[in-house]
Design a protein around this ligand. Structure first.
Ligand code: GDP
Length: 432
């Protein structure tokens, strides 16, 4: 049995969904442990595209059970719509393949309304959230006012909790932002209906996880967003509202740190960012535009164009530190084909001082000027390569230079969005 945590090493959109789908046949359990439907994973299997937001990316593999842990915040309508779409396609026939923690908090219409109203009011200070209510739902969790999935199954408990929340939420929405109040009676009926439909999936997920490990099953933990969007380790305040680092698996799924075997950091072969916040290697010129076009860098959840730039080793080293990466996966290496010589940032100059460390503060990160090393590019189309040796020499050199600079072995290379467009240098689930 091997437990493998896969997390994003950058600002999200690294292609985690594709890799989780590719790894899933070897895992009996695939587990989401944080975030909500602000994540958007795009999977391409046999040419057919699936976009998932909160359902774990193992779902396309008939042999996996997909678990949504207590650290996730769940939009019931969004989850039900995703499940309906999967059922309609015949992908999800057995409801026991989705296990939803009764302890996961619920995103309510107040949360989405407040998310949007606050972003609008913040104007130039807007974070660039997806407007899905994730942050406000986590807020209510932390202030101990939140409603959990299991509450949807208990009419009395639900009514009391909604009434309590309504006073405070409607006050903020109406008095502070000039919005419309949410009718608590209608919401109550709606929430009961969500409960009725979700009941079949509700589970004490920590026990399911424990049982799988006892039965010697491989478990894959699927991160959402990325290290630099982590609420503690990211470019605060331009971050998401949960912990995205590998350590968050323990609380968010319900597993002890002693049970984690490996941590796979997923990075693109370059860097992208959606929304506001500092981005030291951002290229607003021709090279950035080429990356956006070649990499189809538009958000899966919002369709927003992603900001693009060269690979940033300073970030990857920081990510390796805070996550304890045992390996790296480099995705979208194919996008770099034909783009000429490539640069990777190996250090920053901040306020005249050279540093190899990612800065501690937002201001320093904004002022960081990357120091680049230039590597030779390649012109060949590499999407047909299936073995590492098939890659052109310059592409291999690029991978090996990244490996040396970050100090973590690159075990997986992705060279296209399709499931089979993947090169594994070693089995990620080999016994620990
Ligand atoms: P995630 O949230 O980390 O799963 O990433 P997204 O799904 O938001 O974005 C990754 C995008 O890149 C998706 O459209 C994938 O289909 C695509 N993709 C993943 N891996 C590769 C790859 O190796 N090459 C190319 N060209 N596209 C990829």
């Amino acid at each position: 049995m091997t437990t493998l945590v896969a997390v994003g090493a950058q600002w999200g959109d690294e292609g985690k969904g594709k890799l989780v789908d590719w790894l899933a046949p070897q895992a009996q359990l695939v587990v989401r442990f944080h975030g909500g439907n602000n994540a958007g994973h795009t999977l391409v299997v046999d040419g057919e595209q699936t976009v998932l937001h909160v359902v774990p990316a193992g779902v396309l593999n008939p042999g996996t059970v997909n678990l949504i842990g207590p650290g996730v915040v769940v939009d019931p309508a969004g989850l039900l719509a995703e499940l309906d779409a999967l059922k309609e396609r015949g992908v999800l026939r057995d409801p026991s393949r989705i296990r939803l923690s009764g302890r996961a908090h619920v995103i309510l219409p107040w949360h989405t309304a407040l998310d949007k109203a606050r972003e609008k009011a913040a104007r130039e200070f807007a974070i660039g959230t997806t407007g899905r209510g994730i942050g406000p739902a986590y807020e209510d969790k932390v202030t101990r006012r939140g409603i959990r999935v299991a509450d949807l199954l208990d009419p009395k408990e639900l009514r009391t909790a909604l009434d309590r929340l309504a006073k405070q939420k409607n006050f903020e929405l109406v008095e502070h932002y000039g919005g419309d109040p949410i009718d608590v009676d209608a919401l109550y009926e709606q929430a009961l209906e969500w409960g009725r439909r979700l009941q079949v999936y509700v589970d004490h997920t920590a026990h399911t996880l424990e049982n799988a490990m006892r039965d010697d099953r491989n478990v894959l933990f699927e991160g959402a967003q990325g290290t630099f969007l982590d609420i503690d380790h990211g470019t605060y305040p331009y971050v998401t509202s949960s912990n995205c680092v590998a350590g968050a698996v323990c609380a968010g799924a319900g597993i002890g740190p002693t049970r984690i075997d490996r941590v796979l950091g997923i990075t693109k072969a370059y860097t992208t960012r959606v929304g506001g916040g500092p981005f030291p290697t951002e290229d607003e010129g021709e090279f950035g535009e080429k990356l956006r076009e070649a990499g189809a860098e538009f958000g899966a959840t919002t369709g927003r164009p992603r900001r693009c730039g060269s690979l940033d080793i300073v970030m990857l080293r920081e990510a390796a530190t805070v996550n304890g990466f045992t390996a790296l996966a480099i995705n979208k290496l194919d996008v770099l084909s034909g783009l000429g010589d490539l640069r990777v940032a190996t250090a920053y100059r901040v306020d005249g001082k050279l540093t190899q460390d990612f800065p501690m503060t937002l201001g320093e990160t904004e002022r960081a000027e990357p120091i680049y090393e230039t590597l030779a590019g390649w012109t060949e189309d590499i999407s047909g390569c299936r073995r590492y040796e098939d890659l052109p020499g310059a592409a291999q050199d690029y991978v090996e230079r990244v490996e040396a600079l970050v100090g973590v072995p690159v075990e997986i290379i992705s060279i296209g969005p399709g499931r089979d467009e993947t090169i594994a240098r070693i089995d990620p689930f080999r016994p620990a």
